[in-house]
Ligand binder design. Structure first.
Ligand SMILES: [Zn+2]
Length: 214
C-alpha cells in the first residue's frame, strides 16, 4: 500500500492511504486519519480562536499530527507572528504527544531554534523537503524525518534520493495534481530499490512515527 503522508487533494482510492492536511479555519475535517494545523500563510487575525479550534481537532483520535505548521520567509505575516503561532503549535504537539509536520521555507535555522528551545520530544517530519543533501544530513542528525514530494520528480535531488536513510523517509504529493504512485515509482527507479521493500519500510515508518495501526 502506498501512503501519501501529506496531501491537499486526497484521491479516493482504496489501494492508497491518503493523509489530508487540514488547515484550520480554511479547510473542513472531512476524513481521518488526517493532520491538522495552522499554516503560516493562514494565521487568523483572531489567533486565539483559531488555536482553540485546532485544540479541538487535535484531541480527536484520527488527527494523527499537528501541522502543517512552521515558518515561511517568502509568504505570510511577519516572522515574529509566524514564530508565535508555530511555537504555540509545538507546545500543543508536546502536550498531546503527537508528531509535528513542518512547513519550512528559507527558515531552517529559525525552525530548529524553536524546536530546540521548546525541547521538542515528539517526532518531527519536514514535509515537501527538496533541499541539498548537506541540509538533509543536519536535519537527520537531529533525528528528524523528511518527506519528499513532487519536486524530486525534476531529477535535481539525486544526492538526497540516493542517500536518505529509508527509515527516515516519507513520500507525499502536497498540493500538486500528481499521484502518489508516481512518486513511489520515481523514487524506486532512482534509488534502485524494490517497490515492495519501499512500501513496507514507509508503512513501518508511518505506524511508528504516527502511532497509527493500519
Ligand atoms: Zn502542504
Amino acid at each position: 500500500m502506498y501512503i501519501n503522508i501529506h496531501t491537499h487533494h486526497p484521491y479516493a482510492d482504496s489501494k492508497h492511504l491518503e493523509i489530508p492536511n487540514v488547515i484550520v479555519s480554511k479547510d473542513y475535517l472531512t476524513q481521518t486519519p488526517c493532520c491538522a494545523g495552522i499554516h503560516p500563510w493562514y494565521i487568523d487575525e483572531n489567533f486565539e480562536k483559531q488555536f482553540e479550534a485546532l485544540k479541538i481537532y487535535v484531541a480527536k483520535e484520527g488527527v494523527i499530527a499537528v501541522g502543517e505548521c512552521g515558518l515561511d520567509k517568502m509568504n505570510g505575516p511577519s516572522l515574529e507572528r509566524q514564530t508565535m503561532a508555530f511555537e504555540r503549535q509545538i507546545e500543543l504537539a508536546i502536550e498531546v504527544q503527537k508528531p509535528l509536520v513542518i512547513h519550512c521555507v528559507r527558515s531552517y535555522s529559525e525552525v530548529l531554534t524553536s524546536l530546540m528551545r521548546l525541547k521538542t520530544d515528539v517526532p518531527v517530519v519536514f514535509h515537501g523537503f527538496a533541499k541539498n543533501w548537506e541540509l538533509a544530513k543536519s536535519l537527520l542528525h537531529h533525528g528528524y524525518y523528511l518527506s519528499l514530494g513532487p519536486l524530486i520528480l525534476k531529477g535535481q535531488h539525486e544526492e538526497l534520493v540516493q542517500n536518505i536513510p529509508l527509515d527516515r523517509l516519507f513520500l507525499e504529493t502536497d498540493d500538486k495534481q500528481v499521484k502518489i504512485s508516481d512518486i513511489y515509482a520515481y523514487f524506486c527507479h532512482a534509488r534502485k530499490v524494490d517497490k515492495k521493500e519501499l512500501e513496507e519500510q514507509i508503512t513501518k515508518n508511518f505506524t511508528e512515527v504516527f502511532n497509527y495501526s493500519l
